[in-house]
Design a binder for this molecule. Structure first.
Ligand SMILES: [Zn+2]
Length: 229
């Protein structure tokens, strides 16, 4: 194919930015796939690929990623399937009152967070899904959220997840940035904000996050029972 200027023509759409978002979401997921592959999330360890090239595991399970999914706003999720079945990532539009809308597909950390839900779920279940509990319910699910955040912040070398979609460049979707996180374990259920350094509890912190309460949960949906953990 001769070299030349690359002309990409997108058809007119009633959905603003749908095509750039689609390209971005495709690129981000492939980038994350290749990175995770390089550190061991390979075919025999239940990764997500359409074709496993004879390297073990089950194929036909590339990630089906939806952008600007109409089923929700201000969140995203990842429905993990068993190895050999297609998982689904759903990215939503984030809203912020009446003045700002942003696409989760354009926020690398959000995509990385959701992608890793599939990794942790399949890794715990040895290829099966449904072993980490429902989103934001129970300690295993909390671990899953933490692992997904870690994947996102390690890949971006940044201590917050979702800065673009929230417009908050300090703590983004969480209550505090991860660096020097100062609350004790009691903050997990929101009932106490005691400081790990023994200082006075953070009373104000209860209030400052209220505007973003719908954003603190990058949930995921799982179904089925834990039969193979
Ligand atoms: Zn999550």
């Amino acid at each position: 194919m001769p070299e030349g200027p690359c002309v990409v023509t997108f058809p007119a759409s009633t959905l603003p930015d749908i095509y750039p978002g689609a390209v971005n979401l495709f690129y981000f997921n492939n980038l994350i796939h290749d990175y995770l592959y390089s550190i061991g999330f390979t075919e025999p360890l239940w990764n997500f690929q359409q074709d496993n090239f004879g390297n073990g595991g089950a194929g036909s399970d590339g990630i089906s990623a939806n952008l600007q999914d109409g089923s929700g706003t201000d969140n995203s999720n990842f429905s993990t399937s068993d190895d050999g079945s297609y998982p689904r990532m759903q990215m939503y539009i984030f809203t912020d009152g009446s003045f700002r809308r942003s696409d989760g597909s354009l926020d690398f950390a959000v995509v990385a967070h959701e992608h890793y839900h599939g990794v942790s779920t399949r890794s715990v279940g040895k290829g099966a899904s449904g072993c980490l509990g429902l989103g934001l319910v129970g300690e295993p699910s909390g671990q899953g959220e933490g692992w997904s955040d870690y994947n996102a912040i390690s890949l971006t070398d940044n201590d917050a997840v979702g800065e673009y979609v929230t417009g908050d460049f300090a703590r983004a979707i969480r209550r505090l940035p991860y660096t020097n996180y100062r609350w004790s374990y009691g903050s997990v259920n929101g009932t106490s904000l005691n400081r790990r350094d023994g200082g006075s509890p953070d009373i104000v912190a209860v209030v400052f996050r209220s505007r973003h309460t719908t954003r603190v949960s990058f949930g995921r949906r799982l179904c089925g029972t834990c039969a193979n953990c």
